[in-house]
Every structure is written in C-alpha cells, then in structure tokens.
Design a binder for this molecule. Structure first.
Ligand code: GDP
Ligand code: IMO
Ligand code: MG
Length: 440
C-alpha cells in the first residue's frame, strides 16, 4: 500500500497529467490538492487527447476523483469539464467524483480583478492565466471567500455574495475603472451552477481518510510547478498557492504520516509560460527547435512556452523542497537530433558560483548558467519500451541527471501517449515498501 504525491519540479507543464494518468491505473483515488483551472493537464489515450483543468487526471482510468479543499474552483468551467467528459462516455457521477465542501469558489469578480490588474501593469505583468486564481486565494486568506458549503446553501450564498460584492465593486469601479458586476445577475447565474454541482459536494477529507483506512492507494496530483510556489517560487512571478508536496496534506485534509513517496516530474528541458526569470532560457535556433518539436504551447491559454536547457539548480531546489523520492523524466524523445545537450549545474553570479536557488529575483536575473555539455543522440526513441534499448548517449544523459540530483529515476516518458513510457519502478506495485534500486 502506498500513497504518492506527484509534483512538477520546474515552472509547470512538465507532463504531470500523463504520469498521473499512467500511475492512476494502480491507484484507488486521485486527488487534486491546490490551484484551479490555471492548470492544464494533458492525457493521450488511444490516440485521443484530453486536457483536464480541474478534474483529476485519474478520470480516464475510471478511478475515484477528488477535488480537495485546497483548490479554487470555477463552477462554470467545472460543469463544462464534466459535460465534456460525459460526451466522451466517461462517467462522472457523485459516486466517482467529489468536490470538497471547503474548496473555494471562483466568482466573476475574481476573473475581472485578475485581468483588470494585469492590464494596468504595463511592463510589470505577471502573465497570469486570467482565471481569477490570485484574487480568489486572496479572499480565502482574507476570510471573505465563498466555499462550496456556503455556495450550495441558497441563503448563505446570497448573504455572503452581497457582503463581498459591496467591497469588490468599489475596487472594480474606482480603482480598476471597470464596470462592476450586478448582484442579481451573478446570483441568478451562479445559483444554477450551485444546483448542478450540489450532488458532488462532500467532506473530501473524510472520504480520503476512509479510503486510506480501508487500504486504498491515493495519488495526490499537484498542479503548476515548484518554482511557481507562492513561498518558494520566483516571487512575485508565481501562482497564489503552495505547490510543494507539503501542501498535499493541507489541501487534501490528510496527515503527513500517510505520504509514502513524492515523485517529481522533470521535463528533460525547461519551459515557462508567463513572465519571470528563467536562467537557462534559449533565444536561438535550439530554443525554437525544442519549442516546435515539443509542441510547447500552453494547454490552458495556448500561449507559446519559453524554452531552455535542463537546469539542475532548479531540480535540486525541487529535491530539497519536496523531499523527492523518485523522478519521472518526460519528453526525452524531443531532445533527439540535437548534437549536444547542456545541463546547467550552477549559476555564475558576480565572481562566484551559486548552487542554491536564490530568493532575490534581481539576483536570479543576473545569473549566468554554467553548463556541462553531453553528446546527444540521433535515433528516434519514441517507440522504445525498454531501458536497455535506449541509445548509450541517452542512458548517459539520464544517468547524469540521477548523479547530479541524487534521486533515482522511476519513469521515463518518450511520447505523449500513455503507453510511450518506460517504467523502472512503480511504487504502487512495490507493495513491500522496499524500494527497488534504480537502473544505475
Ligand atoms: P502538465 O501541466 O504538467 O500536465 O503538462 P501539460 O499537459 O501542460 O504539457 C505537457 C505536454 O507534453 C502535453 O502536450 C503532453 O501531451 C506532452 N507530453 C507529455 N509527455 C511527453 C513525452 O514524453 N513526449 C512528448 N513528445 N510529449 C509529451
Ligand atoms: P500546470 O498545472 C504553467 C503560471 C502563469 C503565470 C503564473 C501565475 O498545467 O503545470 P496564475 O493564473 O496562476 O495566477 O498565473 O503561473 N501558471 C502556469 N504555468 N503551468 C501551469 O499549470 C500554470 N498555472 C499557472 O502562466 O506565469
Ligand atoms: Mg499544463
């Protein structure tokens, strides 16, 4: 029996959706614990692509899927997602899908404030997804948020909405100079959403703890990436939640003693959407090659992702912050055809070398990556399903990642499809709890 947390080690879009979908086969439930529909998690099964923004990426494996209390949820988007899955004959009922009664509801004013603020910022934009994530988490912290428990209670909802709207509309009208939303309109529209979602609302923490008690295996699906974490990321160019593995317990409502493994998803290169420092970013032909071959466009906003080399300062920061026990390496196929590959092992700053990820964005902006060069490979590895059959240079590259991070590689992904994967160690199958050694 094992409970596993999955986190993105970089700036998001590492391929969490694919790996969660894959591992979900042996899980009993998949739980999202933070973020909202700023996430876009892609699964490719039987030639068909699914992008999930809110429903955990275990839904295609027909597992119990749970939205934890740590999320901010746009009800309209969630209903669209449920309907989309139903159209594809994927069952979503209150028997296999739960929304925590304590999760926060994203309201129209959150989205208005998110985009309105960004528009005022000129050259200092964060490049948010515009989904209202930040303003909704602000309200949670300010204790003025609306949770699903109030949302689905008609009188409670009306009361809360009226009170909060008075303050929001003052800000929207006077500061953002935008047209404020009207109480009656929001109430009418969102009461309908509440009715549709009411059957799914439950005490998610109680449900997860019961599953664990009954011997179930839980997969906790992180969103975004560690360097977008509100505390540990490249502040202020971050999202508004804690994305680190430690947040899984708070956002799902379980105790830390139940977590057995933390798997960090590592894209074999680095990408970032939105603004903020990115030391290994490439502005040349290699960057364009990776962007095109890797089809690096945002799964949520469609924005072109910035691309760069693999950064071990970033990965080692993720190792430290999450207590990673294993790595899943994704998009290895994309690096084929490149003559040589660069791994950043430190940052040159002033006259020294930095190995620890700096807190100060101004310092990070001035950091020059120090690279180790490794020979690439020409072979197309997309159809390889055994580690032994990988080209020697590919093995050397993987081995170097293990050496530099001191964390074993559990999974190697060589294509977007579920089956384009080499699994070296699946902790869900490792029932004895004794870790199988890595391949190095
Ligand atoms: P997430 O947000 O971490 O779930 O990642 P996204 O779904 O936003 O972005 C990852 C993209 O890479 C998606 O289009 C996936 O289908 C794709 N992908 C995942 N693993 C691989 C892989 O090993 N090779 C290739 N070529 N594509 C992959
Ligand atoms: P997944 O789960 C990549 C980025 C945005 C922006 C910053 C703040 O698919 O990996 P927000 O809307 O959260 O206030 O935006 O965070 N961002 C992501 N980048 N993948 C994501 O999710 C992201 N979620 C937010 O681009 O820079
Ligand atoms: Mg994504």
């Amino acid at each position: 029996m094992a409970n596993i947390v999955i986190v993105g080690t970089q700036w998001g879009d590492e391929g969490k959706g694919k790996i969660v979908d894959l591992l979900a086969e042996n899980a009993d439930a998949v739980v999202r614990f933070q973020g909202g529909n700023n996430a876009g998690h892609t699964m490719v099964v039987d030639g068909e692509q699914f992008i999930s923004h809110l429903i955990p990426s275990g839904i295609l494996q027909k597992k119990i899927c749970i939205i934890g209390n740590g999320l901010v949820v746009d009800p309209k988007v969630l209903i669209e997602e449920i309907n989309y899955l139903k159209q594809k004959d994927i069952t979503v009922t209150p028997k296999n899908f739960i929304i925590s009664d304590r999760a926060q509801v994203i309201m129209p004013y959150h989205k208005l404030i998110d985009t309105g603020r960004e528009n005022l910022k000129a050259d200092k934009k964060i490049g948010t997804t515009g989904r209202g994530i930040g303003p909704c988490y602000e309200d949670k912290a300010a204790r003025t948020g609306i949770r699903f428990v109030e949302f689905t209670n008609e009188t409670g909802f009306a009361e809360k909405l009226k009170a909060v709207l008075a303050e929001k509309n003052f800000y929207i009208e006077k500061f953002l100079k935008l047209t404020p939303p009207v109480f009656e309109e929001i109430f009418a529209e969102y009461s309908e959403y509440a009715k549709i979602l009411a059957p799914y609302i439950a005490d998610a923490s109680a449900a997860i703890n019961k599953l664990i008690k009954n011997g179930g295996q839980i997969l906790l699906e992180g969103a975004q990436g560690i360097h977008l974490d509100i505390d540990h990321g490249t502040y202020p160019y971050v999202t508004s939640s804690n994305t680190v593995a430690g947040s899984a317990c708070a956002g799902a409502g379980i105790g830390p003693k139940y977590i057995d493994e933390v798997i960090g998803i590592v894209k074999t290169y680095t990408t970032r959407v939105g603004a903020g420092p990115f030391p290994t970013e490439l502005f040349d032909k290699t960057g364009d090659f990776i962007q095109k071959k890797g089809a690096e466009f945002g799964a949520t906003t469609g924005r072109r992702r910035r691309c760069g080399w693999l950064d071990l300062v970033v990965l080692n920061n993720a190792v430290k912050l999450n207590g990673l026990t294993g790595l899943a390496i994704t998009k290895l196929d994309v690096l084929g055809e490149l003559k040589s590959l660069m791994i950043c092992t430190g940052y040159k700053y002033k006259n020294g070398i930095i190995k620890d990820f700096p807190a100060d964005g101004k310092v990070l902006e001035k950091c020059q990556p120090v690279y180790e060069e490794m020979p690439g490979w020409n072979e197309d590895i997309a159809l390889i399903d055994k580690y032994d059959n990988l080209p020697q240079n590919t093995k050397n590259y993987l081995k170097r990642i293990e050496e530099l991070s001191e964390i074993p590689i559990y999974i190697i992904s060589v294509g977007p499809q579920r089956d384009r994967t080499i699994v070296l160690n699946n902790p869900f199958l490792n029932i004895s709890g004794i870790k199988t050694p890595s391949f190095t």
